[in-house]
Design a protein around this ligand. Structure first.
Ligand code: ADP
Ligand code: MG
Ligand code: MG
Length: 882
């Protein structure tokens, strides 16, 4: 088998498309060499060898021979030989996986030096100081990354030497002085490892190669892979490359650059370099690097001259390389280069990391420049990253006084006066104040307060806590689990160390970083026109899936329309029940003894619900609106405490004692699997009847007044048995007929169901006899398929993730193997009964790109997600279709 691929000298065995085999670095070195860029020659040992080594514990038999031959080729190209005392070839040994991976072995430079070859290097270069500087670097790097002699041992020796010599900069040491240091370095290695520093270049080379392979399974690399879902099977490649020297004098340099500005995306060359330096000195921050361009120098207000001024010829070549690379890769590149005695060498290129803003700009600019087409541009922007662009963000120039940190639970920045109570939040909002709701944790009863607030801060709970999930859904910035903060509700104060924040004080949170700051930090508004609008337009052209939103408040509906939603996929009527002014009537309904009592309360709720729907239909003109009838367990609405009980008793004209008895009877052991969803509709049909009436009266009214069609889709939740849906569909149809007859208007509507129980998925064929659409409620479907409560998963799911039992939280990204199979089964069986059955998804997964890809693959008609995720879903849907 071929284990070794050569590159350099104008030709290459490999190329950019061989990333899996050669790793990113190796593949791109080969590619650069083959398009004629000046790459020092070398070779890449494939990732397959890494797999052999990790699995079988040894090298494949013919590896040594292939390495020898490849090394000979390099020697021949350069007219030098490895280990030669007169004109020694030196190499670097570099790791490189498919994706760049911190945590792997660091690069070893100057390999091949020993006590004799260093003299050869000194003679050849005519600069002994440079030769010894290179040797000491080699001992330090090789000692550290291959032999495990920690960095600090070498640092200490060097510091002491500098002190003795009364010198402050490394560059001030003479050849002789470096020789002294080298002696001490070697002694240190021997002391630490029990063996002298290896002098045989070939032994050095193999030790370094093996260290790279071994680093693939070290603890740091393993943790990194787990965090980013990188499979162990990929392995890493090893690149062995002839050294070029940026540390041979003042006509030498080393640097890094981006072909465009990685933070703004502007089409401007941007980079930094150091004169007379080697390797990663630029990033290591030993000296202040200089800018490559004059524009960069001015932008950074640097006093040091730019390369454009000091090395104009090299600069010109570098600009040419930039052109070549961008034309060739058709993407922004991140490059590493070295200048040896006035000659430029390229050492690395890869697609550069960039901010969301830059990604958007670069994609749009490159279409304009004719480098890529629209579809390619659509595929270039990571959908999740759009989140950064949709919310106001803190002005980067503003001062901030950070007092604590929590989890970055929902992106965006928010400032407001501190309130500790949901009702107070609403009152202050109504009084025209911006508020920040601060709670130990939140519950469904706080929703109105969360809505009234600019942002939410909790001191307890994780990324999937109630506060985090609801805030993301609402598009409110949220910092959760800020454990350092202590809230004292009684005295209305929040403390961290010696800082006290009182109710009414101004506070700012950054939901993207988790920072909590004193006072009001100025923010900047997102830019939704320009490149953003352009890219979204291209995405819309390429997607098949429609994108709807989960929304029930007018504000959320408007936001979603602004973000381009094509209807409502889930309108949760119960969220309207919590509003002040109606919760008492809702409680009255729940606590009523009999149907008559319930009807009396429902009569009070009807006009309010109708008004809600009128407003929603007006905002969603001409777009379908899926309304879910009452779903949650009734206990979520029950009164707490004496005061609330008395309030309800008065409204209902009943005694508190009676209410209390009823309350007791309503309590359930396991409410999430109890009396909820369509079970409420079956037992208390008058509730669903009232809701259906409100929907159709509103629809008739809006259609009549605006002349535009209203498209209600009435959704029955938690169906497990086909008969449940039949009964309730009949009820909805009858109510619709009555309402339409009374108004003298025909409204086209659908009645369908949520598929959120495994039994419903399996019986989808039967259920589709009555259902005109399915909406996959994948939150509950995940809970019921796993038998796992989302609210309790936090207790053990992290341990499962850490041990690799689950790859990802199934509440964040759809479990395609299990839950996904049920979705697939239900889609297929449903459509068999009713071809053209409308299919959608309305769980949190509707805004997750990987889950959207899955929805595309099973041919759903639409995804529905929270308003702020609509653009993300539009882009992800386009990428899934490409
Ligand atoms: P990383 O993956 O951390 O970027 P690299 O393998 O790219 O590590 O090596 C780090 C730096 O070492 C490079 O940026 C380059 O400056 C230097 N380097 C690597 N190989 C050579 C070489 N053959 N000649 C000169 N410098 C090199
Ligand atoms: Mg590095
Ligand atoms: Mg590099």
């Amino acid at each position: 088998a071929k284990w070794v691929y050569s590159f350099g000298g104008g030709t290459s065995d490999g190329g950019a498309e061989m990333r899996n085999l050669l790793g990113g670095k190796g593949a791109n070195l080969a590619e650069m060499a083959s398009i004629g860029l000046p790459v020092p020659p070398g070779f890449t040992i494939t990732t397959e060898v890494c797999t052999e080594v990790t699995q079988k514990g040894g090298h494949p038999g013919d590896l040594a021979g292939q390495v020898k031959a490849a090394l000979a080729q390099v020697e021949q190209a350069l007219g030098m030989s490895f280990g030669d005392t007169a004109n020694p070839l030196l190499v670097s040994v570099r790791s490189g996986a498919r994706v760049s991976m911190p945590g792997m072995m660091d690069t070893v430079l100057n390999l091949g030096l020993n006590d004799e070859t260093v003299e050869g290097l000194a003679r050849r270069s005519g600069d002994p100081r440079f030769a010894y500087d290179s040797y000491r670097r080699f001992i330090q790097m090789f000692g550290d990354v291959v032999l495990g002699v920690e960095h600090h041992h070498f640092e200490e020796i060097l510091e002491l030497a500098k002190e003795d010599l009364d010198k402050s900069l490394d560059t001030e040491l003479t050849a002789e002085e470096w020789r002294q240091v080298i002696g001490q370095y070697k002694a240190k290695v021997e002391e630490e490892t029990g063996a002298p520093f290896p002098q045989d270049p070939e032994a050095q080379l193999w030790a370094a190669i093996d260290a790279v392979f071994k680093s693939w399974t070290n603890q740091r690399a393993v943790s990194y892979r787990r965090l980013y879902n990188i499979p162990e099977e990929w392995g890493t490649a090893v690149n062995v490359q002839a050294m070029v020297f940026g540390n041979m004098g003042d006509d030498c340099a080393t640097g890094v650059a981006f072909t465009r500005d990685p933070s703004t995306g502007e089409n401007q060359f941007y980079g930094e370099y150091l004169v007379n330096a080697q390797g990663e000195d630029v990033v290591a921050g030993i000296r202040t690097p200089q800018n490559i361009t004059i524009a960069g120098k001015q932008k950074n207000q640097s006093d040091l001259p730019a390369m454009e001024e000091t090395m104009p010829e090299i600069f010109r070549q570098l600009v040419e390389v930039r052109e070549t690379l961008e034309q060739h890769y058709r993407d922004m590149q991140d490059i590493e280069f070295t200048v040896q005695s006035g000659t430029l060498y390229m050492l690395q290129t890869r697609n550069g990391k960039r901010t969301a803003k830059a990604a958007l700009k670069i994609a749009c600019d490159m279409v304009e420049e004719g480098l890529i087409d629209e579809a390619e541009a659509v595929s270039r922007v990571e959908p999740g990253s759009l989140d950064q662009l949709l919310h106001p963000t803190l002005d980067p120039k503003a001062q901030r006084k950070v007092i604590a940190r929590g989890l970055p639970a929902s992106p965006g920045a928010a400032s407001g006066m501190v309130v500790f109570d949901a009702d107070e939040a609403e009152r202050q909002r109504d009084a025209g104040n911006k508020v920040l709701l601060c709670r130990v944790e939140t519950s469904p009863e706080d929703i109105h307060g969360m809505h009234a607030a600019q942002g939410i801060l909790t001191t307890r709970g994780g990324m999937t806590s109630h506060a985090a999930v609801v805030a993301r859904g609402m598009g409110r910035p949220c910092v959760s689990g800020a454990g350092e903060l202590r809230i004292d509700y009684k005295s209305g104060v929040m403390r961290v160390r010696d800082v006290e924040v009182r109710a009414g004080d101004l506070l700012t949170i950054d939901g993207g970083t988790g920072e909590i700051m004193l006072g009001e930090v100025p923010t900047i508004q997102p830019e939704l026109s320009g490149d953003f609008a352009k890219l979204m337009g291209w995405a819309d052209k390429h997607r098949r899936l429609k994108v709807r939103t989960n929304a029930e408040t007018p504000a959320d509906c408007r936001t979603a329309v602004k973000f381009g939603c094509e209807g409502i996929g889930l309108c949760r009527t119960e969220h309207m029940f919590f509003d002040a002014g109606r919760i008492v009537a809702v409680r009255e309904m729940i606590l009523a003894e009999d149907e008559a009592g319930r009807r009396k309360a429902l009569d009070k709720i009807l006009p309010m619900q109708r008004d809600d729907f009128v407003e929603i239909f007006q905002i969603m003109r001409g777009l379908p609106v899926t309304i879910r009838l009452l779903d949650p367990p009734l206990h979520e609405f029950l009164p707490h405490g004496e005061e609330e009980m008395a309030e309800v008793a008065e409204a209902a004209g009943a005694s508190v004692d009676k209410l209390r008895a009823r309350l007791l009877r309503l309590s359930e052991t396991n409410p999430m699997l109890g009396h909820r969803g369509c079970r409420l509709g079956i037992t208390y049909p008058e509730i669903y009847e009232m809701q259906a009436r409100a929907i159709f009266e509103a629809a008739c009214k809006v259609q009549k007044e605006t002349g535009e069609t209203v498209e209600p889709e009435v959704m029955i939740p938690l169906v497990a048995m086909p008969r449940e849906l039949e009964i309730l569909k009949e009820l909805v149809d009858r109510t619709a007929k009555e309402a339409m007859a009374a108004a003298g208007v025909e409204v086209a509507y659908l009645v369908g169901t949520m598929i959120e129980l495994p039994r419903a998925a399996l019986l989808a064929g039967k259920i589709a006899e009555a259902a005109e659409f399915f909406s996959f409620g994948t939150n509950d479907l995940t809970q019921t398929t796993y038998g796992l409560s989302r609210d309790d998963a936090g207790n053990f799911l992290p341990a499962y993730e850490a041990r690799g039992i689950v790859k990802q939280d199934p509440f964040i990204s759809l479990d395609q193997e299990g839950v996904g199979e049920l979705v697939g089964i239900a889609a297929e069986r449903g459509r068999k009964t009713r071809p053209g059955l409308k299919l959608g998804i309305c769980g949190e997964h509707g805004g997750d790109p990987a889950s959207i890809r899955f929805c595309e693959s099973v041919g759903l008609d639409y995804v529905s997600c929270s308003p702020f995720r609509v653009p993300i879903a539009r882009l992800a849907a386009a990428q899934a279709a490409l």
